[in-house]
Write a protein that binds this ligand. Structure first.
Ligand code: ATP
Ligand code: MG
Length: 551
């Protein structure tokens, strides 16, 4: 498995551009709008820009696209920087689109002087109504033929705060009959009386994305501006702005398909709703496919990146199965994570013939597949916890775990045989009694008889209590939910909290420590709830999956 993208249509274009001398070296950028937290879809955009530059010894800028002060917040800036760094990417220069406001304004003035922009007094509604449709040309604004002098005067007065918000905009004068609606005199500046986090009240004129973005790219000398497919129809406008604004650098915009993941919510707008309505536990809820949600869940940057690389860069949209992501975290943790036993739904077993007060310290490998990881000590005494599911008073057919009269192996320890079921006055089972056979100790080569079931356990007198958070998909995707909104699709059982026990040697675990628990899967210590002697483990993924990677 390669640790980057294999060659793809973008690397082919870049290679050719270097060969023909169109560019001398490669500069890319990742341009997030600081209006939310990054999610796994953004990782494709991040890694496309960083990895393609790296492939050609180029550089990548991080540029905050802070040209729309209404939705933006500095809180998101820090989170975005942290998330990109966590992925292991280092930007060359950190930049702000808002620091180019002056230059953008001057370029707009240049367009007016060239007769390529005009001030329009129509309302937003009129502008949109007159834009036409795919089959019908747009209708020219009655203000389209204002003189250059009049436009220059009005635009300056717009800047000088003489007009109310929404009363005037600046539009590029291109072609109201263009087959591409983006080219029908797009709005390039609007008035907004909002304090900007960077420029304060200096500006009440804000550039629109389609005008700002190409100028930002060109100012920074970006050679290849990589973005998702929905910008494909905007490329003619991108090229028009760069050309008509006479920019020194002429960047090439290349679009790739978005990364979409099944059974979860990705768009920032929907994620924000889940957070604000407290349907989830913050932007880092382990069920979210935000970068910090995945991290808190226990995903490693390595596994996520491998997954993203394997999904490739192409022009065809498609939803990737969540199981494919799970495959990569199992692969990553298989050899890295220590193994241990944890009981999530405890049932006490008293081994009545085991001496009271005696403790044996069993020696077990930390990870059988990686002997270098060494050994751990597991205490064993007269009382142990097993899983409630590993006991049945009246067994179903083919049940090989513990039931009255049956013998099983306690993993790494002894055979035990159930002798008695103890219930409370309501008939609920409170504990089970058993006897053990001292000759059957694991590792001693006992061959006298065989048992069909091996179950895991944790000593009931020496252990660490622990809360386990188990997760299921956030949304239910099937034929019945196909037409529903994402709120209606939410899975009411996406989180389950259990209280159980860990092996005693785990009392000092730290946030983000990862383990494989026998039969339960991979778990990671939750950073938010693990404190004051309370340990919370999030389940990253269970052990088995039906998903097979085609290799
Ligand atoms: P969302 O659509 O989830 O609300 P956004 O596109 O508004 O996100 P931006 O901050 O504007 O978020 O995105 C930064 C970059 O990430 C853009 O270049 C955009 O093309 C890219 N991007 C966003 N979502 C995806 C995705 N699912 N797959 C790949 N790239 C994406
Ligand atoms: Mg966006």
């Amino acid at each position: 498995m390669e640790n980057t993208y294999s060659s793809n249509f973008i690397s082919t274009i870049i290679e050719k551009d270097l060969k023909t001398g169109k560019y001398k070296n490669v500069i890319t950028r990742f341009p997030p709008e600081p209006n939310g937290y990054l999610h796994i879809g953004h990782i494709r955009a991040i890694s496309a820009n960083f990895e393609m530059a790296k492939m050609f010894n180029g550089k990548t800028n991080l540029r905050f696209d802070d040209t729309n002060p209404i939705k933006e917040d500095i809180e998101y800036v820090d989170a975005i920087k942290e998330d990109i760094s966590w992925l292991g990417y280092k930007w060359d220069i950190l930049l702000w689109a808002s620091s180019y406001f002056e230059e953008m304004y001057n370029k707009a003035v240049l367009l007016i002087k060239k007769g390529l922009a005009y001030v329009d007094d129509q309302t937003a509604k009129e502008i949109s109504e007159n834009r036409g449709t795919l089959t019908e040309a747009g209708k020219a604004s009655p203000f389209r033929n204002r003189t250059i002098e009049e436009n220059l005067d009005l635009f300056e007065r717009m800047k000088n705060r003489e007009f109310p918000e929404g009363s005037k905009v600046l539009r590029a004068k291109i072609d109201m009959a263009s087959a591409n609606i983006n080219m029908r005199d797009p709005v390039i500046y609007r008035i907004a009386y909002i304090t900007h986090h960077n420029t304060g009240n200096k500006w009440c004129l804000y550039p629109m994305y389609d005008f700002a973005h190409p100028i930002e790219d060109a100012i920074e000398g970006i050679t290849h501006s990589l973005c998702s497919l929905e910008f494909e129809d905007h490329r003619p406008l991108y090229d028009w702005v760069v050309r008509e604004c006479v920019m020194d650098c002429v960047p090439t915009q290349i679009e790739f398909a978005k990364l979409l993941l099944s059974d979860t919510v990705l768009s920032k707008r929907n994620l924000r709703k889940l957070v604000e309505d407290k349907i989830v536990d913050g932007w880092d809820d382990p069920r979210l496919a935000t970068i910090r949600g995945l991290r808190r869940r226990g995903y490693t940057a390595e596994a996520i990146k491998k997954f993203v690389f394997e999904t490739g860069l192409s022009k065809s949209n498609g939803i990737v199965d969540y199981q494919q992501l799970e495959y990569y975290i199992r692969e990553d943790l298989k050899m890295k994570a220590p193994r241990s036993m944890a009981v999530l739904k405890p049932l006490k077993v008293v081994i009545t013939n085991y001496p009271v007060g005696q403790v044996e310290w069993l020696d077990e490998e930390i990870n059988k597949e990686v002997p270098e990881m060494g050994c751990r000590k597991i205490p064993f005494s007269r009382e142990v916890y097993i899983e409630q599911d590993d006991f049945m008073e009246v067994p179903i057919p083919k049940y090989h775990r513990l039931f009255p009269g049956n013998e099983v192996r306690l993993a790494h320890a002894y055979f035990i045989k159930c002798t008695e079921v103890i219930k409370d006055e309501t008939g609920k089972i409170i504990e089970v009694h058993a006897t053990y056979d001292p000759d059957t100790k694991s590792g001693t080569g006992f061959t006298g008889r065989k048992v069909k079931g091996t179950i895991h356990w944790v000593d009931a007198l020496h252990n660490v209590s622990c809360e386990f958070h188990l997760f299921d998909h956030l949304t239910i995707e099937n034929e019945e939910t196909k037409e529903l909104s994402f709120i209606e699709k939410l899975n009411p059982n996406s989180k389950e909290i259990l209280t159980g026990y860990l092996e005693e040697n785990m009392k000092d675990v730290k946030p983000f420590d990862k383990y494989q628990f026998t039969r339960h899967g991979y778990f990671s210590v939750d950073p938010k709830y693990t404190k004051n002697n309370k340990i919370v483990f999030n389940r990253i993924v269970s052990l088995k999956s039906s998903f097979k990677i085609n290799k």
